[in-house]
Design a protein around this ligand. Structure first.
Ligand SMILES: *[C@@H]1O[C@H](CO)[C@@H](O)[C@H](O)[C@H]1NC(C)=O
Ligand SMILES: *[C@@H]1O[C@H](CO)[C@@H](O)[C@H](O)[C@H]1NC(C)=O
Ligand SMILES: *[C@@H]1O[C@H](CO)[C@@H](O)[C@H](O)[C@H]1NC(C)=O
Length: 165
């Protein structure tokens, strides 16, 4: 294998590794908060029951937050595990009542919870679990551009070696 081919192969492998790494990062972020559950086609979503179940999750979360000093309510370090449990709870309940997750009802309830606990927090104080849209877009675009760059590079190298040959 000549050095040219070897360099391309190396870049390609690095590209794949970076892709895998980014994708794993993304799916880790997803599973934390927004991984959609598969559709539940058998029974229709019972929204009135979901409303009730989600409020049970909310009451548990309020109780857990009550154990945390309100001074620390803007500090993610202090409530991340409670928040995680709350999110898992809404996901589990949605599945039990045959609803997609996330869904508008759960989302509007989560917004109510946010307003209740985090309305006085500034952006600097709270680092949200969801990356802001810009970050997410960049994270998604990087692998796309890397792949395109790899293809372009391979084409360019093969043309170049044609000329050299
Ligand atoms: C939805 O759940 C409520 C409360 O559990 C129940 O009374 C109602 O019959 C259910 N509706 C449907 C369409 O299953
Ligand atoms: C949040 O709480 C942790 C642990 O008590 C502390 O180390 C950290 O400095 C706090 N962060 C802010 C922004 O107050
Ligand atoms: C936010 O600030 C207002 C006004 O200072 C206060 O009445 C309210 O209780 C605070 N809410 C929280 C969640 O800290």
């Amino acid at each position: 294998m000549d050095t040219n081919e070897f360099a391309v192969l190396k870049l390609f492998v690095v590209g794949i590794l970076v892709n895998v790494w980014i994708m794993r990062g993304l799916s880790a972020a997803d599973s934390f908060n927004i991984e959609p559950t598969p559709p539940q086609p058998k029974k229709p979503c019972n929204e009135s029951r979901l409303q009730w179940e989600v409020e049970v999750c909310g009451e548990d979360f309020k109780r857990d937050m009550g154990h945390i000093d309100p001074q620390n309510w803007c500090n993610l370090t202090h409530f991340i595990s409670e928040y995680h449990i709350f999110t898992l709870c809404t996901e589990a309940k949605s599945q039990i009542v045959h609803c997609y997750w996330p869904n508008p009802l759960v989302e509007s309830y989560i917004i109510r919870i946010h307003k209740h606990f985090f309305s006085n927090c500034t952006i600097e104080q709270v680092v949200w679990v969801d990356p802001p849209d810009d970050t997410l877009t960049i994270l998604i675009l990087i692998p796309v551009f890397l792949t395109l760059a790899m293809i372009a590079l391979v084409v360019w190298c093969s043309k170049r070696s044609d000329i050299l040959a």
